[in-house]
Design a protein around this ligand. Structure first.
Ligand code: PEP
Ligand code: MN
Length: 260
């Protein structure tokens, strides 16, 4: 594990906070959200450029146009920026636009062929890669995806726990199944694991409780979706918080000495 680079904070800061909208929708949306987050303890700005949708013909992200917007956020605010990639073409494009980090989404992690293609394309490229858990609660599938990325020679590999497909209850959008990230940590004791309470909960009202639970389980950080005006969000409207709401959540974590 390489800690001697501009991403060493990802190994040492706790909790790491990644925040920003589910999807990049306009330059104005990204910048106004990012400028508000800049005043908070947020380390990395996220936005989805290519959106994996269950059915076709919905909003599938603005692609290359949005990469330009995300690059401008980096230039104007100084944030490290992260987006989702699902294939070698996405990787090539994010490198062209100097995006700092990538995550592999839950649907992609579930496909060993797709992960291997990304891993092959990553050879010789030093970029932090965050691997979300697959939709199905199969720990080996998650482990396998992380191993494939490690085997590409990547120095900075991280995991994101975003919950597992839920068809048994209607409380949360995805089931936390906390035992799975806990088991993952036993397999990779040095692995930094972030919790994504936004995708677990599906509702912004539950994000704080899940964040506290994650911190009590000793997760290394949180990925929380924020939007300057969630009411008009094109994706994941119900789970995105306003930056002002994230500020309160982070203060509450501090006040309860859950996160320092
Ligand atoms: C996202 O982070 O917006 C996303 C689509 O994530 P997941 O792969 O966890 O569904
Ligand atoms: Mn989302």
């Amino acid at each position: 594990m390489n800690t001697n680079n501009k991403f060493s904070f990802l190994q040492s800061k706790k909790p790491i906070i990644i925040s920003g909208p589910c999807s990049a929708e306009s330059q104005d949306q990204l910048l106004s959200t990012a400028k508000k987050l800049k005043h908070l303890d947020v380390d990395v700005f996220r936005a989805g450029i290519w959106k994996p949708r269950t059915r076709p013909n919905g909003f599938e992200g603005f692609g290359i146009t949005a990469l330009e917007w995300l690059k401008n956020v980096k230039l104007e605010t100084g944030f490290n920026v992260i987006t989702e990639i699902a294939n070698p073409y996405h990787l090539e494009k994010i490198l062209e636009y100097e995006i700092d980090m990538v995550w592999i989404g839950a649907r992609t992690t579930g496909s060993p062929f797709a992960v291997q293609e990304i891993a092959d394309a990553l050879k010789g490229i030093d970029i932090p890669v965050f691997v979300k858990n697959p939709l199905i609660p199969d720990l080996n599938l998650w482990i396998g995806a992380i191993e494939r990325i490690y085997n590409s020679g990547a120095n900075n590999v991280f995991a994101i726990h975003r919950g597992f497909y839920n068809n048994v209850s209607n409380e949360y959008r995805n089931l936390p199944e906390w035992n799975l990230p806990i088991e993952l940590k036993k397999v990779f004791p040095m692995l930094t694991i972030i919790c994504d309470p936004s995708h677990i909960s599906g509702k912004k009202e539950y994000v704080e409780d899940i964040s506290k639970e994650a911190m009590n389980f000793n997760f290394d950080g949180l990925m929380i979706e924020t939007h300057h005006n969630p009411k008009i969000a094109l994706t994941d409207q119900n789970q995105q918080m306003k930056p002002e709401e994230l500020e309160i959540l982070l203060e509450n974590l501090k006040a309860e000495k859950i996160a320092i």
